[in-house]
Design a protein around this ligand. Structure first.
Ligand SMILES: [Zn+2]
Length: 211
């Protein structure tokens, strides 16, 4: 398990999880134990409702995290929420670089995003995509800084801090677990364009077909 450490960019006394040490080795260990599962896509009911809280922090949860890392790598994702492999639980995993090129690997159960003070809400306009909306991308404004509070797989409280693309990832994955996709944040016109892109492209990984 990653250790907690003081972050130089954090507020006084704030302790963030260390999710950068041994990132590659930790991701590899999860993947080697995990089983790749197919990815649910937009329209699957599990993606459009709030997931259940994680309340059991046992071996089954550890296996789920391994399977999520294996599935995330097979689909070359930067983050994956449990409902994207058909599991109704509030947990996501991530393997994502921040804007300084530092790799972050970890997971969060029962995530809640901090509300940012107005002066910290610098919007980043970069493109966003989602494994559950295969083959599509669209510029999606989001704050370029995020803090998520939740628990690790042993139930211990953790706080994760993200900047740049990693901040986007933390917001995107937390949204998933409350039943929202990034396309729900787009204008009707952009959403239509995204759905057109998805229809024109064949997914590069196995998906769960919708009925
Ligand atoms: Zn997604």
């Amino acid at each position: 398990m990653a250790q907690q450490q003081e972050s130089p960019s954090g507020a006084a006394g704030e302790v963030f999880i260390d999710d950068t040490t041994d990132a590659a080795a930790r991701e590899e260990a999860h993947v080697s134990r995990g089983t790749v599962r197919p990815i649910t896509v937009v329209g699957n009911p599990l993606l459009h409702k709030e997931c259940q809280d994680v309340t059991e922090f046992g071996p089954e949860l550890a296996t789920l995290v391994d399977d999520m890392f294996a599935s995330q790598r097979a689909a070359t994702g930067a983050g994956l929420a449990a409902n994207q492999i058909g599991v109704d639980l509030k947990i996501f995993v991530y393997d994502c670089h921040d804007d300084e090129g530092v790799r972050h690997v970890g997971h969060v159960c029962n995530p809640v995003l901090d509300e940012l003070p107005a002066e910290q809400r610098v919007l980043d306009d970069n493109s966003e995509g989602c494994l559950s909306v295969p083959g599509a991308y669209c510029p999606t404004p989001r704050p370029d800084y995020a803090v998520v509070r939740g628990q690790d797989i042993e139930g211990k409280p953790i706080t994760v801090e993200g900047t740049g693309y990693f901040a986007r990832c933390l917001q995107h994955e937390t949204d998933h677990l409350y039943g929202y996709l990034y396309i729900d944040r787009l204008s009707k016109r952009d959403r239509k364009d995204v759905m057109r892109q998805m229809a024109e492209n064949t997914p590069r990984y196995e998906i769960v077909p919708n009925d």
